[in-house]
Design a binder for this molecule. Sequence first.
Ligand SMILES: Cc1cc2nc3c(=O)[nH]c(=O)nc-3n(C[C@H](O)[C@H](O)[C@H](O)COP(=O)(O)OP(=O)(O)OC[C@H]3O[C@@H](n4cnc5c(N)ncnc54)[C@H](O)[C@@H]3O)c2cc1C
Length: 306
Amino acid sequence: MHDVLIIGAGPAGLAAALWCDQLGLDALVLEQAPAIGGQLSAIYGPIENYPGLRAANGQEFLEAFADGIDEAGFDLWTSVEIEKVDLSAKRVSLRSGEELQAISIVIATGVRRRQLGIPGETEFVGKGIIESGARDKERYAGKDVCIIGGGDAAVENALLLSQTCATVTLVSRSRKPRARREFTEQLGTNHCITVFNEAVATRILGNSEVEAVEIQRKDAIKPFQMAVKGVLIRIGVEPNSDLFREQVDCDVNNYILINSQQETNLKNVFALGDVSNPIAPTISGAVGAGATAAKVISSRLNSVRQ
Ligand SMILES: Cc1cc2nc3c(=O)[nH]c(=O)nc-3n(C[C@H](O)[C@H](O)[C@H](O)COP(=O)(O)OP(=O)(O)OC[C@H]3O[C@@H](n4cnc5c(N)ncnc54)[C@H](O)[C@@H]3O)c2cc1C
């Protein structure tokens, strides 16, 4: 029996684990990936908004952020496959057959990129599906590329790729890109970028690598194909709440609902970071939430144990 089982080793889960350790709680962190860090490993541009710590990319940030974690007193299991979670019983069943039990459960599973669900999207991963403008702009230098999406991430990536690519086409479903003004203002003056509003990508085509994308414009009868060497998809994120959403209250987009103590509608079940924060998903928010949950858990256990 552990005091706390923490599911996810991104910034939220790691911060919660560190606080649990400091407060003398017995915590076990379960991470499905082979390494810790969560979304930090997908940040290829600079991080300049975390007070007191600036980094050239997520990996550099993680090295400083996780410094000392090895010496901390909590247990951390990576490459863990969770089969089932019974939140009421505070029991986690692993695919390996192990059953884990705790007094409190902390859900810190973050978000994943939303997928388009069109042909070619998964087939061409690593073969023309661009992972990141910041990381891949030199690889696609001089080539024609297409970005699908109209939010901050899509427009920011379009601007980054326009620094090296021959042409960048932004395909946005809405009447105009919804990204913040700082980004959209630059679109108007960037001659490398063409924007197709009210349009959707319907297929990504190619043989061994991406060769074209099929686009359907709202005012056109038929889709058309555009030759491109790379496609970057940024159509938002969705919470990793699949394991829990039948058991805890969630909003319409499946983000876990919490109170000011980070607690869900189930007693001693907490949710932290992006999985419960659709409004302002940030590293600092995730870290603060970790501290809050650990302190609440600690004070409850202390009052029972005294
Ligand atoms: C490109 C990019 C740039 C960003 N830039 C910034 C920035 O400049 N400043 C900033 O503050 N924020 C930034 N963010 C956001 C920031 O990374 C997130 O807010 C933060 O990582 C959230 O932490 P988290 O722990 O809640 O979730 P995550 O980082 O998503 O971590 C969740 C962890 O849970 C694990 N997990 C999921 N499901 C399971 C399961 N079933 N079992 C076990 N483990 C599971 C995942 O593998 C992952 O390791 C950026 C994000 C991206 C993608």
